[in-house]
Design a protein around this ligand. Sequence first.
Ligand SMILES: NC(=O)c1ccc[n+]([C@@H]2O[C@H](COP(=O)([O-])OP(=O)(O)OC[C@H]3O[C@@H](n4cnc5c(N)ncnc54)[C@H](OP(=O)(O)O)[C@@H]3O)[C@@H](O)[C@H]2O)c1
Length: 233
Amino acid sequence: MRPEVICLMITSPDGSLHPSRWTRSPNGTRSDWSALYEKVHKDHDANAWMVGRVTMAEISKAGPHEPAGPHGVVRPHHFAKPDATSYAIALDPSGKLHFAGPELYGDHVVVLLGSDVPDSHLAELAADGVSYVVSGQKDMDVGAMLELLGKELGIRRILLEGGANVNGSMMAAGLVDELSLIVAPALEARKGSDRIVEFGEEGLAGKVELSLISCEPLSHGALHLRYAVQRSS
Ligand SMILES: NC(=O)c1ccc[n+]([C@@H]2O[C@H](COP(=O)([O-])OP(=O)(O)OC[C@H]3O[C@@H](n4cnc5c(N)ncnc54)[C@H](OP(=O)(O)O)[C@@H]3O)[C@@H](O)[C@H]2O)c1
């Protein structure tokens, strides 16, 4: 069974992805709202989080490097730590991401890769203690890859945490079960700025439908909005 996927984001009422560009509020500060986000992250009780390639590059910061020692390359998957208690998953179709070690924020790293990724990249990941799954087909079937992570690593709930591109593509593919938003009392309002979900020119109309699960006022003027996400019928 595919793990449950909850898209968890902090945003402003105008859907901004960048808290550093927000207006101020007498209700609270960015660090107050970030602390609320961290609490809600914990409360969701997931055992994995997942981000797109661009966001993961900002987190991992590592550059390409030669693997230490010779490494036999295994396809289609290599699980370096199948007994980890929590996982950090990245979607990286072209193998552009690099890691300094097997963990980020204490969570074991798993990279979902496209079928064309060369052996040299897999050798680097394995040498760094990172787990990976290589797609069996040209177009990545992310749903099948997540199912495999459920089966092999016991991943039961994933928090999908951006950016806009991965959130949109996962929603369009029908792979998101819930949208969970911390909405702060602030605005960005810049023309053309990033929103928390984006799906190219098409958008998501006709692809998904949201229905409200709950709306809970939090401290510091923030709201926690939860929506069930379903494919459009
Ligand atoms: N404020 C916040 O809370 C927050 C949270 C997260 C991120 N961010 C910000 O968001 C920005 C990055 O967002 P972004 O939208 O540009 O990028 P992103 O979503 O982090 O990454 C997008 C990339 O991930 C890969 N990808 C996405 N969906 C895929 C799919 N279904 N199958 C295979 N690969 C897929 C593609 O990689 P390739 O390009 O290699 O094909 C795609 O270009 C950063 O500035 C970051 O700081 C902010």
